[in-house]
Design a protein around this ligand. Structure first.
Ligand SMILES: [Fe+2]
Length: 224
């Protein structure tokens, strides 16, 4: 049985820390209803998640309102509505699209980083490679940040240059896998990347990248 089928059939446990989610309601293409967000948090808690990081998209080309200060305000409002009986530590970071010019923001003090104050989640389009990917990663590293590239297995245009992932990893970039990618739903090119990164042991994190309760249903089917 090839790696492809092994992954498709295998069940997994959620990591106790989910570093990538779009549960902060009403700010991007993720959750829109606060009640659904709270439901998702309850269900993740039941599945053993103890630490959740909300990572709304920051992409000035698409989500025009999502400045760091706006997202901080939305976050403060949201967490005031979370029932106190839910035992989960929740924090705010962001998922930065590597848009043209993003490489110039590496030392910007307003960047939404993880609680270690160093790690930052970045992504690229599913359609094309950011021409400034390497510059963005390099500049972040030079400025003392620890970049995490979200769901590399979804950048199917990189399936024929897998060695580029090794180069990124050697430079200090870390990778985060989406649980849903394990279902094979993103196609054979995605599975090729995923299998390679698994084999090379290059994934530092797995995360839900949760956008909806429907996605949580799909993920739940795969959990042991
Ligand atoms: Fe995401």
């Amino acid at each position: 049985m090839g790696l492809f089928n092994i992954f498709k059939r295998s069940k997994f446990a959620l990591e106790s820390r989910d570093i990538h989610s779009h549960i902060l309601p009403g700010v991007d293409d993720g959750f829109s209803d606060i009640n659904d967000s709270i439901e998702a948090i309850k269900r993740l808690s039941d599945k053993g998640v103890r630490e959740l990081v909300l990572t709304p998209h920051i992409n000035p080309e698409i989500f025009h309102k999502n400045s760091e200060s706006f997202l901080r305000e939305q976050y403060e409002q949201f967490i005031s509505h979370i029932p106190s009986e839910i035992e989960m530590s929740i924090s705010l970071a962001a998922e930065y699209m590597i848009v043209p010019g993003f490489e110039k923001r590496s030392s910007d003090p307003s960047l939404l980083l993880y609680e270690d104050n160093e790690s930052i989640l970045v992504e690229m389009s599913y359609l094309y490679r950011s021409p400034n990917l390497e510059d963005a990663i390099f500049n972040l590293l030079m400025d003392g940040k620890k970049p995490i590239l979200a769901h590399p297995e979804r950048y199917t245009y990189m399936a024929d240059c897998l060695e580029d992932f090794d180069k990124l990893a050697e430079s200090g970039c870390r990778f985060q896998m989406n649980y849903l990618s394990l279902t094979g739903g993103y196609g054979p090119q995605s599975m090729k990347i995923l299998s390679y990164l698994k084999k090379q042991n290059l994934y530092s994190f797995s995360a839900t990248d949760l956008h909806s309760l429907k996605q949580l249903d799909l993920i739940s089917k795969k959990i042991r």
